[in-house]
Design a binder for this molecule. Structure first.
Ligand code: GLC
Length: 740
């Protein structure tokens, strides 16, 4: 008891002093406070801070340790995840602060991935908006809601590049391109953390899953990852680095091994790269039971070996395996692990708790007023609806089938995704209440109050039953317009949800053929967490829309686009393959020594499918037409110090106002190593009224054309480059320049 009083006195005195000091002094005094605290801690108390357990309020992994409340009271755990709500987190916090000797507050974490209560479109959908500001705003709203319910820390942004839609977690990322994904990673960190982590409406972010979790062999979740360092550094690492550079204060190790070394025991990743090369100063937490999984990886002989490997590689906090808690005190006693490593990890974790203001007030995030007034508010719901609109991608629209005429008499919604509220909020939907989600039928009824909207499911999402087909066909025949609502259930993407085939599940394809066969005007809406190989629909559905999972406001966002109230502007953040045999398929491929030539047998191709995808990266139509012309460079030759300035003219030649995402791709024609046929290097969202046009200006710096050269160094090589500008990665308008 005496120590507690003494310690509290130390903290009070040091905190008081902090109020009088400028920022850098506060940092210094925080370090002093932390050192003081560590000097008082026993080894068991230190290791307690390195331990993270889940509550049993939500479950995100195979194993839950029921005695977590006793662990808290005994100081055996420093952070709890999957617990939220002011009352519950206050109760757990009181257990820590009132029962432990040093009263160190708990950290509360949760997977606030695309919203907390107001659920936004899944991250892959948000990426399709290419709207960096809106993405940051969405993360900001998620932070406000989550922190209003007692949370301090989110396990986001997920920064895993993926070029394999068989992998279920493609839904959680930002697609295939490092340039776009890096901007999004930065925006999400800024949205979550704001400018000051002590602001009670912010959350500590977590860069995950470090690293290259999105490239599992065969697209099978948790599978091995093996790639060259060039591929790792040029494609998979940039979004993680962007999140670190944006100030993320935590990072999470990935389940996978990378080139034979599990991420969780990978010193190159966690220390040499993350800390020494990138300057990351936060703490590293493992993914769920990843320390224990070193046993299955076959690199750890036992519990103690696994804990030592992880700690020595650079892991600071053990999520859910309990191996740190079980073995580190004895490893230190036996002088197998140096206590300084543990002190270092404790220091990093305590620093985040100080930054969050938890030592000033462990209950600062336990505001019943905020919980009552700052969740699912009108402006938050409107932001989710707006993001939903912007995330929708119009893939095909023959004969202007869409938008649905304003004075339509009867609309038939047919298909299993028409009224599936639970699916609307997708996977990783945190504290989202799916019963509050607006489904497609509800959205259309609200938008077309004078029309008759009928809904016939026709079939289940999965399964072979076709009994509903006749009723569906009759409904289509009786309607003036048909919306086919097809896709995947929310659980068919996300964690542990890889699919070896990515066609429409069940008998949905057969239903589509029956309905489109009626000859009625049909718009097919695909609701899914990944690209689906909808080859037949891409040829036969008059209109085709990729709607992902759009969150709480799904139905309204869809009705906004289907009605033409919002002219679709979304662009695909990843390539849609024709079949899984093409995977991995992505726009920034290499040319090869035998590029495809239809007139020559011995060139790179398949016998049974074209090399081209079903839909290219960056593809997305509008209800209007945009035309590009007059691409002009400021000069023809540049030095490495110049800015490469150019402009293009964009015209809206159709009859709808709308936003176009003007994309800039660059090809390095000759280099010391093979370079992609093109890479995204810039883009701008441009709004134009029908009939208007404008010049769109860009400026690239030669540094942005850098890569890992044949000698292993990074930089830009002189030579000739091609610039392509257009509305997708097939952009044909081009010009060239010389870099000297
Ligand atoms: C899960 C996921 C990870 C998540 C963590 C905590 O297994 O891999 O993304 O943040 O466990 O729920």
């Amino acid at each position: 008891m005496r120590t507690t009083v003494l310690f509290s006195l130390i903290i009070v005195l040091l905190s008081f002093g902090a109020c009088q000091q400028p920022q850098q002094d506060i940092e210094h005094s925080t370090d002093t406070k932390i050192d003081s605290l560590i000097s008082l801690m026993t080894i068991e108390e230190k290791v307690g801070q390195l331990t993270l357990y889940t509550s049993d309020m939500d479950q995100t992994g195979a194993y839950i340790r029921k005695e977590y409340e006793n662990d808290i009271k005994q100081g055996k755990v420093g952070a709890i995840f999957n617990a939220y709500g002011v009352d519950y987190t206050r109760r757990l916090q009181e257990m820590a602060v009132n029962n432990t000797r040093l009263r160190i507050p708990l950290l509360f974490g949760y997977d606030v991935i695309h919203g907390h209560r107001t659920i936004f479109p899944v991250p892959l959908a948000e990426a399709a908006s290419w709207n960096i500001e809106a993405i940051q705003h969405a993360a900001r709203i998620a932070a406000i809601e989550a922190s209003a319910e007692g949370l301090h820390w989110t396990f986001a942004p997920m920064c895993d590049i993926s070029r394999d839609p068989r992998w279920g977690r493609v839904v959680e990322g930002a697609g295939e391109d490092p340039f776009l994904a890096s901007l999004i990673a930065e925006a999400r960190v800024k949205g979550f953390q704001g400018d000051d982590l002590s602001d009670p409406t912010t959350l500590a972010a977590c860069v995950k899953h470090f690293a290259a979790y999105g490239a599992p062999q065969a697209g099978r979740d948790y599978h091995a990852v093996d790639m060259s360092e060039n591929m790792l550094r040029e494609v998979y690492l940039p979004p993680y680095k962007a999140a670190v550079d944006a100030g993320a204060v935590t990072a999470m190790t990935a389940f996978n091994d990378l080139n034979g070394i599990p991420s969780t025991s990978n010193k190159f990743l966690l220390t040499d790269l993350l800390r020494d090369e990138w300057g990351f100063e936060g703490f590293v937490v493992t993914d769920y039971t990843s320390v224990m999984e070193l046993l299955y990886h076959g690199v750890a002989a036992d519990t103690a070996h696994a804990a030592a490997l992880a700690l020595e590689a650079g892991v600071d906090m053990d999520m859910q395996s309990g191996f740190f808690h079980q073995t580190l005190p004895k490893l230190v006693e036996d002088k197998i692990v140096d206590e300084s490593l543990i002190d270092q990890a404790v220091r990093r974790i305590l620093k985040v708790k100080f930054q969050l203001g938890l030592f000033d007030d462990p209950y600062k995030y336990c505001s019943t007023t905020r919980e009552k007034n700052e969740i699912m508010q009108a402006d938050q719901l409107e932001a989710a609806r707006d993001m939903g609109r912007r995330s929708i991608v119009l893939l095909r629209n023959e004969a202007q089938t869409l938008p649905i005429p304003q004075h339509i008499k009867k609309i038939a919604v047919i298909g299993p995704m028409g009224n599936n509220k639970r699916d609307m909020i997708g996977s990783w939907s945190a504290a989202g209440d799916w019963s509050k989600a607006v489904d497609l039928v509800e959205g259309l009824k609200a938008r077309y109050p004078l029309s008759e909207i009928v809904f016939v499911k026709g079939c289940e999402i999965d399964g072979e039953q076709t009994e509903g087909f006749n009723e569906a066909r009759r409904a289509a025949a009786d309607a003036d317009f048909v919306i086919l609502a097809l896709g995947e259930a929310y659980w068919m993407s996300g964690e542990a949800a890889s699919r070896s085939q990515i066609d429409l599940p069940g008998v949905q394809q057969q239903l589509a053929e029956l309905i489109i066969g009626t000859g009625k005007p049909v718009a097919t809406v695909i609701i899914s967490g990944r690209p689906l190989t909808v080859n037949w629909l891409a040829q036969n559905s008059p209109a085709l829309v990729q709607a992902w999972f759009l969150g709480t406001q799904s139905g309204h966002a869809l009705a906004d686009v289907l009605s033409g109230d919002y002219n679709p502007s979304g662009k695909l953040p990843l390539t849609f393959p024709r079949n899984v045999g093409q995977i991995p398929i992505y726009y920034s491929m290499k040319n090869t020594g035998r590029p495809f030539n239809e007139n020559s047998k011995y060139t790179s191709k398949y016998l049974d499918v074209p090399n081209t995808p079903l839909f290219v990266f960056g593809h997305g139509l509008s209800y209007t037409q945009f035309e590009y012309s007059h691409l002009a460079l400021e000069q023809e030759t540049y030095t490495l110090d110049d800015s490469i300035r150019f402009e293009v003219e964009l015209a809206n030649t159709g009859s709808f106002a709308g936003e176009e995402i003007v994309q800039v791709y660059v090809h390095d024609q000759l280099a010391s190593v093979t370079r992609p046929v093109r890479e995204l290097k810039a883009f701008k969202r441009v709004w134009l009224e029908a009939g208007d046009s404008k010049k769109v200006n860009f400026s690239l710096h030669p540094e942005s054309l850098g890569f890992y050269k044949i000698d292993g160094s990074y930089g830009t090589e002189p030579g000739r480059f091609t610039i392509f500008v257009g509305g997708d990665s097939n952009a044909g308008l081009s010009t060239e320049f010389e870099l000297r």
